[in-house]
Design a protein around this ligand. Sequence first.
Ligand SMILES: Nc1ncnc2c1ncn2[C@@H]1O[C@H](COP(=O)(O)OP(=O)(O)O)[C@@H](O)[C@H]1O
Ligand SMILES: [Mg+2]
Length: 615
Amino acid sequence: MNADRDDTVEELPPDIAKKARALLRSLIRPHLAMALFLLVIVVLTALLLIIGPIFIAEALDTGVPRAVDGDPIPLIRAVSLFVSSTVASAALAFVSTRLVGITAQRILFTLRARVFVHVQRLDLGYHEKSSSGRLVSRQTSDMESVQQFLSYALFETALALLQMLFIAVTLIVLDVPLAMVVFAGFIPLFFITKAAHTSQRTAYRRTRTSIAKVIVHFVETMGGIRAVQAYRRQPDRRDTLHDHDSTYRDANTDALQGVAWFAGSTRLVGNITQTAIIVVGAWLVIEGTTQIGVLAAFILYLRRFYGPLDELVQSFNLYQSASAALEKIAAVLDTDPEVVEPVQATPLPPHTSAMRTSVSPVSEAHASAATGRSIEFSGVRFSYGKGAEVLPRFDLTIPAGQIVALVGATGAGKSTLVKLVTRFYDPSEGAVRLDGVDLRDLADDELRSSVVMVTQESFLFAGTIADNIRIGNPDASDAEVVAAARAVGLDPYVRRLPEGYGTDVKKRGGRLSSGQRQLVSFARVFLADPDVVVLDEATAHLDIPSERLVQNALATVLEGRTAIIIAHRLSTVEIADRVLVMEAGRIIEDGAPSELISGTGRFAELHRAWRDTLV
Ligand SMILES: Nc1ncnc2c1ncn2[C@@H]1O[C@H](COP(=O)(O)OP(=O)(O)O)[C@@H](O)[C@H]1O
Ligand SMILES: [Mg+2]
């Protein structure tokens, strides 16, 4: 359904590799001191690792002959130094692994938080066109990749490279001709690494993209499991998953094949070099230009030289995967929200009118002031992205405290209009004003506390009923929560639940009907106590008894506020002061309900049709 949409979101900016590096730097910067400390540890560890064979060489070349001559001291010294260096390097390995683990987890913690905060800040437009599954895969599998690299591979890579460097230096010091034989092996290694880097990069980008598709498909299927089961779409969903999953499998297989080639060919080069060393070394020993101990040390070093190469192959693997993942994460962080808070916010004017008629039991301070605010659309034009214009030049004024019912055919632009009032989107042209202040000039906090939208799906978060009501105002006391529930008529139902307000809404026994969920969202509004309430088809799917219930609650909730209700039912229109009939992004009728009903226009027609359904 949104496969093509996904691809547009998935498109990575061309300079993404640079952005990913910048992101990595910004993540490491706060841990610079620790990074330097770890660098010291790496250097020490590498030094200890290469110092070992020197003691062995000493033991063989000096220690053994002297012991034969009756002086065991040099041999004992060399052996104890070797043992100490091994113990010290084990201790360093413990310290470094521990510190790397702690630091990597801290970095990941920051990164996850950053992505989460950023994604929440992104405008609704972004979320409407990207699937949540994609973001899930950023937060899970991509994070996992980065974490593996940071906690295992980065330190290992540094250690392996340093070790190789130190060994190279030591080899030169030990024996120049033999060292040259070892270095000759570098030439093929260089080309192998270069080729592997290029091919692996593509392979790992493919794995990140395809695992994201698998996750997206999974999340979407689970999110729409009712539709899937109702229409018996399981086989289709499964087939699509198979497709995505086999792409992922193939991408992984290809990537691993690259690893296999890399591992195999480096090993081959290593073994050939080792053979060459033995042959050349033996010859040099026979010639008398090299000692047998030096040759032994060389062979030990070579094992240590090609040992880290195996590590490097593994790390390289993780590095490729992590950098592809980091690019995807960087791309999310690089997306700017289109709806942004102003740098210099304009405050709303103080409420002008007097006390609200019924004093809210909730928040005295607010209740005494709230009388709603006026909403004004002036010269608004709007289209989604580059799409067709949904609102062509729209002007509308709604005075403070007015309850407006918005009716019209599907696709007329009703939801779009209210999404502009909540500033989920900004108009392409013109302005929407709240008491004369352009919504774009309002601080986010003020906007969110002044305008509240109740959506069709009254979303319940995991937690208790009280928690869910408190979303309207996190600071509300228990008494206020109960007062809000009572005001909207939810209280009697909650009392009947096993644990009352403490009932978990996701657990059996806490499940609420659509009508009750709607009441929960009304109670939220009641607690939030906004000036403006917007309801999008909030009562559309209720049965008649629930509808009555909700209607009564609605009247209470809307009292003293400005409201725009997208009405799908006659009963909703009855509580409105004014009805707007919308068609193709324009208002074609505007008047009091009674006035429009008695007329001959579209609303009169609609009203008759509604009435007929009730008899
Ligand atoms: N997120 C969106 N992206 C692109 N087009 C949209 C989006 N939402 C709605 N539209 C289009 O805008 C028009 C008005 O939609 P909407 O405001 O939802 O109408 P209504 O709520 O009256 O049914 C429709 O043509 C619809 O296809
Ligand atoms: Mg709609």
